[in-house]
Every structure is written in C-alpha cells, then in structure tokens.
Write a protein that binds this ligand. Structure first.
Ligand code: ADP
Ligand code: MG
Length: 218
C-alpha cells in the first residue's frame, strides 16, 4: 500500500487541501484510495461528505484511539493530520507512512514555525530518508511578492541531516479554484481544465515525485 502523510503542525497551511487533492488525483487514476482524517476538525471527512456520488469513490477512515482502520483493498492511503501535533503523536504518524508532504505558507511566522518543526523532526535519528521521505510544498503563494521569494529561497535551501537537500517540490498559487473545488467535494483535477491549467502545471513536480521511487524509502 502506498502511504502518504500530509503534515505541518501549523494550522491553515493547506494540509487538508493537499490531502483531498492528492486523494482525488489517485482516484482519478483508477486507484483504490482511502482518505484518513486524523484531525478532529475533520475537514477531509466534510469534503468526502459533499463529494458527488458520480465521482470516483474515495474511502474514508478516521482515527480511533490513535489507530487507523484502513479498508481492505486500499492501494493509496492519504493521511490528513491535525494542527499542533506533539512529539509522541508525531512519531506515531511518521511510523505509518512512506512519504510525507509538508505544505508551508508564505508568511514569516509560518516559515519560522516550519524551521523549528523540521529541526525537531531531523533530530529523530534514522527517521527522515531511511523510514520516511519528505518534501515541502509552498502553498497559497501570491506570486511576485517579496515573501513568496523568501519562502522559495528558504524551502530550496533546507538541508537534511545527511547534508543533502530536502526536496522542495513546487509553489502552489493562492487560487479560488482550491476553494471552489473544496466546497463541492472535488479537487482541482476535477474542475474544468481550461480554468485550472496553471494550477495543474504547478502540481506536476509533486505528482511526479509521488509517482516515483524517489518518494519511497528503500
Ligand atoms: N492554494 C490555495 N489557494 C487558495 N486557498 C487555499 C489554498 N490552500 C488552502 N487554501 C484555503 O486555506 C484554508 C486553510 O487550508 P487547509 O487546507 O484547511 O489547511 P490545514 O488543513 O493545514 O489547516 C482553507 O480555507 C483552504 O480552502
Ligand atoms: Mg486541515
């Protein structure tokens, strides 16, 4: 089973947005997908609840006493996580996934929080790269702003404990497309291609990574 964790302890960074869009992307590819909502705010479950029946089915799963009940036959498990995750829960989440995607917003506060979080994550010896592959995504970016440039610079220069670069996948612009899609239980991949052409292009590097062995530990 392919297991993808979306995590950033900062609220509002785009975890649920990434989780639902990734789940829909794999469902559109014909995979048996389960979207696990580990957040009591249950944005992903709400999204599934309004998802039209005519669309590709995505199974749901919720955390019960820190355990996930994953439906049999699941080929891709996407895990949406809550804000404010602490160390003990973090290790649990990390232990359940091959791949982690971390969205970061272009704001100084979010960048500092990301920096602190990654420091803690990298101090978990033997985890990053050996047990789980991690990549970052800049999210809700207003292009041509100074803070967007700063975020891009920051994310493209983070070093892993082994000295290599932490993969920075892409910048996703701030777009109403994400909001319109979310309202209807859809992803941007299910909106008119003419309206979402630019957003789809921005997703390409992330999807290529998720589809490649580079995002799976050996
Ligand atoms: N790229 C984007 N463009 C526009 N709005 C976005 C984008 N990403 C997220 N949002 C919106 O920002 C809010 C927070 O995103 P969400 O995915 O719920 O974050 P989290 O799950 O990390 O708390 C939501 O209202 C969502 O629709
Ligand atoms: Mg969320």
């Amino acid at each position: 089973m392919r297991t993808i964790l979306i995590l950033n302890p900062k609220g509002g960074s785009g975890k649920s947005t990434l989780a639902t869009n990734i789940a829909s992307y794999f469902a559109l590819k014909g995979k048996n997908v389960t979207l696990a909502d580990c957040d009591p705010q249950s944005s992903s479950i709400d999204w599934l609840a309004v998802r039209p029946e005519s669309r590709d089915t995505i199974n749901s799963s919720v955390l019960k006493k820190d355990r996930l009940d994953v439906p049999k036959g699941t080929e891709v498990l996407v895990m949406d996580t809550p804000a404010g995750i602490t160390d003990k829960r973090l290790t649990k989440f990390l232990g359940q996934a091959q791949t982690m995607v971390m969205p970061v917003i272009a704001s100084p506060i979010d960048m500092r929080a990301a920096e602190r979080f990654l420091e803690g994550l990298f101090s978990l010896k033997g985890t990053v790269n050996n047990k789980i592959k991690i990549a970052t995504v800049a999210n809700r970016v207003r292009e041509d702003t100074l803070v967007a440039a700063k975020l891009e610079h920051y994310l493209s220069h983070i070093k892993l404990p082994n000295g290599k670069k932490l993969p920075f996948m892409t910048m996703l612009r701030a777009s109403q497309n994400y909001i319109h899609a979310a309202e209807r239980g859809l992803s941007i991949f299910e909106l008119a291609p003419s309206k979402t052409y630019y957003d789809r292009e921005q997703w390409e590097p992330l999807l290529r990574w998720l589809n490649s062995s580079r995002s799976i530990p050996k």
